[in-house]
Design a protein around this ligand. Structure first.
Ligand code: 5GP
Length: 183
């Protein structure tokens, strides 16, 4: 499970893990946020209505869920359970509230928090995305300090890495996974 502020580089790390680890499987989250840029339904996310999201909660079909900047995000439980039973490594990219729930419900999970090298890097990476308004980017930056503080104080994360050079970060996460799973 990977968490970190928006712009820290979580998605790039997850994509590299999926390419490099044959046993890795992506957990497709559901979200009520609209697609960004060229995001397609069923890839990074399944885009669903608020009503459907609420129904999934009511049916206890989410392993965890959270609200971030007015939108809801959650991890469907069944695919995670099936993949774990099949001995696969499930890669989840979720926020710190979800991270706390996974820490409780799946205590054996590896929980990595990705930090940006500096706050300026974070801002530059978000600005480079060009798929969101300046106001939305500012909100994501404003969230970052709180997320980092929460992650550090919560004790829910097993590892912290600073994502400066992507390849080094990916190598570090792979090393952690191999060590923890004896892969
Ligand atoms: P974004 O809108 O940038 O795709 O995601 C916003 C935040 O929601 C990020 O911190 C991302 O990691 C988190 N997120 C994505 N999917 C999930 C999920 O299934 N559960 C939770 N709790 N957070 C998620």
């Amino acid at each position: 499970m990977i968490s970190g502020p928006s712009g820290a580089g979580k998605t790039s790390i997850c994509n590299a893990l999926l390419e490099q680890l044959s046993a890795a499987e992506w957990s497709v989250s559901v979200t009520t946020r609209p697609p960004r840029g060229d995001e397609r339904d069923g890839e990074a996310y399944r885009f669903i209505s608020a009503e459907e999201f609420q129904r999934l909660i009511g049916e206890d079909r989410l392993l965890e869920h959270a609200e971030y900047l007015g939108n809801r995000y959650g991890t469907p439980a069944e695919p995670v359970r099936a993949a774990m039973e099949a001995g696969r490594i499930v890669i989840m990219e979720i926020d710190v509230q979800g991270g706390a729930q996974v820490a409780q419900r799946v205590p054996e999970s590896i929980r990595v928090f990705v930090l940006p090298p500096t706050m300026d890097t974070l801002k530059a990476r978000l600005a480079g995305r060009k798929t969101e308004s300046d106001a939305l980017q500012a909100k994501r930056i404003a969230e970052a300090d709180g997320e980092i503080a929460f992650a550090r104080n919560s004790g829910h994360y097993t590892h912290f890495i600073t994502n400066d050079i992507l390849k080094n970060s990916v190598d570090q996460v792979i090393e952690i996974i191999e060590r923890e799973t004896n892969a």
